[in-house]
Design a protein around this ligand. Structure first.
Ligand code: 8IG
Length: 279
């Protein structure tokens, strides 16, 4: 007796479901961009929206909400598209403008879906960018800082089950060296991911400082963990868009964050393009 293979959606209980969804997203992107495999992926955070413009020629722009597992972001200053870029060196870059933050409450799988899609799309290197608060008063708003390590304060992991991934040198020292070849003035620091969406209290900022953080934000650490698990080499770079609460006498505002990104735009765009060119 012959039967038709039943069409089964991936069982959401299955540990492989997130990876099946990422493969479906990668297949969609290959079709929609006409690029079967990409080499590098970039996630653009607050202030970094225009930073991909100098990397190369945009050959395709895909609305994120058309790609399996992605949804349109809700935050001003974030871009809801996935772009395929051809660099002058002939590399294919996937620019993810649609980050899902932990604070959106869509779950950790949704937070790292873009990273897993990048891995399924063939990428070997992942560039994670963000806007964040700075603990070092020497880092005025608009200062880019390399991420050397992180402290995950979300009390969760993107990995499920007995997945004991080593995170030593999570943020590739090779790629940090490449960035410093481009700009020797770049400082580096430890990034603490808070759950958000509220900013820290001054006491929490002092706590972060005492446990070894230099930067505070609401992204990146969970994505970096998923990236390492997926075998990607991670390059992390923050844009200090504000001094963290209590470090500056002035209260934080989202407008300040947007404005610091705008002002730093040309410098960080050039920096990112020059780093990508050397990868
Ligand atoms: I932009 O000061 C930006 N994102 N947690 N703290 C946290 N996230 C941020 C901050 C900040 N600035």
């Amino acid at each position: 007796m012959t039967t038709t293979e039943p069409v089964t959606a991936p069982d959401p209980e299955s540990p492989s479901a997130p990876f099946q969804l990422a493969q479906a997203a990668a297949d969609h992107l290959a079709r929609a961009t006409g690029v079967p495999s990409h080499d590098i992926a970039l996630v653009l955070g607050s202030g970094w929206g225009a930073a991909a413009d100098l990397i190369g020629e945009v050959t395709a722009t895909v609305p994120a909400d058309e790609v399996p597992g992605f949804s349109a972001p809700a935050v001003e200053g974030h871009v809801g598209t996935i772009r395929s870029v051809l660099t002058p060196e002939g590399k294919r870059a996937l620019v993810l403008g649609a980050r899902t933050h932990y604070y959106e409450g869509k779950g950790v799988r949704a937070v790292v879906h873009g990273v897993r899609t990048a891995a399924a799309a063939g990428c070997r290197v992942l560039v994670l960018t963000n806007g964040c608060g700075g603990l070092n008063p020497a880092w005025q708003p608009g200062t880019p800082v390399l991420i050397s390590d992180h402290i995950n304060l979300t009390a969760t992991s993107p990995l499920e089950g007995p997945t004991f991934v080593d995170l030593t040198d999570l943020y590739s020292s090779r790629l940090r060296d490449v960035a410093r070849e481009v700009d020797p003035t770049l400082d580096e620091g430890v990034y603490a991911q808070f759950p958000g969406p509220h900013y820290e209290t001054p006491a929490e900022v002092q706590y972060a400082k005492r446990i070894g953080a230099d930067l505070v934000g609401m992204s990146t650490a969970l994505e970096a963990i998923a990236a390492r698990h997926a075998g990607l080499e991670v390059f992390g770079i923050s844009l200090v868009t504000n001094l963290a609460a209590g470090i500056s006498p002035v209260p934080l505002s989202h407008e300040e964050v947007i404005e610091a990104g705008r002002a730093a735009g040309p410098r960080i765009s050039r920096l990112l393009a020059d780093v990508i060119a050397k990868l």
